[in-house]
Design a protein around this ligand. Structure first.
Ligand code: SF4
Length: 205
């Protein structure tokens, strides 16, 4: 009987562990090995993916496997359609409207699709400078990104805001602004890079 109880506890413990996202070693997952440069969706003129009116690009592919992921189909690197020059031109044109505040990158995992995301953010800066802001969501934390590959650090350097960290079901909170779970942070990237530590974003009212 004691043995059966112990086995049950063991199984429960394993089930609990399997309900957590994956934790990669630094540089274990590289866009150069993983990205198929596919897009799950593009949503222009939305109000939910950050501050103000935004154009949101959802890239395909993510390996964090968060239980309860809000966009599970986009975990597949082959999901969706190819990123094309025509789509990029459309995004740049959409951003040109005066009422659009900026671009948002989501997924999937933008930092595992740096080929697409870097090309786009470089063009946004070339065309609009800092008139349009750039937000990105990532399953990586700020601290993890500091130990990551050069392409991920380069993408980070183009951002204004990073919403970081995996979605954790145990910390799910639907009342949070722009986040699904309480562990996630809204980080002001330029100030954080300068301070060499994460500085939380304060909305301007
Ligand atoms: S990091 Fe985001 S996209 Fe990736 S599995 Fe977690 S919730 Fe889904």
């Amino acid at each position: 009987m004691i043995e059966v109880k112990m086995k049950c506890k063991d199984l429960q413990a394993r089930a609990k562990v399997s309900r957590l996202p994956r934790n990669p070693e630094p540089k274990e997952w590289l866009a150069s090995n993983l990205s198929q440069q596919k897009i799950a969706d593009y949503k222009p003129f939305n109000f939910v993916d950050g501050e103000g009116v935004r154009c949101s690009l959802y890239v395909s592919g993510c390996k964090f496997s968060c239980p309860g992921c809000y966009n599970k189909v986009a975990q597949n690197f082959n999901y969706g359609y190819d990123y094309t020059k025509a789509l990029e031109d459309q995004i740049i044109a959409d951003l040109g409207h005066s009422y659009v505040q900026g671009l948002t990158l989501l997924g999937g995992e933008p930092f595992l699709n740096t080929q697409v995301c870097l090309q786009l953010v470089k063009r946004v800066r070339a065309e609009y400078g800092h008139q349009k802001d750039i937000w990105s969501w990532s399953g990586y934390t700020w601290e993890e990104l500091q130990k990551e590959s050069a392409d991920k650090l380069e993408l980070l350097s183009y951002l204004d805001i990073l919403v970081d960290g995996r979605f954790l079901e145990a910390q799910k909170d639907l009342t949070l602004q722009f986040r699904g779970s309480a562990n996630q942070r809204i980080i002001a990237v330029p100030a954080s890079l300068k301070a060499q530590q994460p500085i939380l974003w304060q909305a301007e009212f």
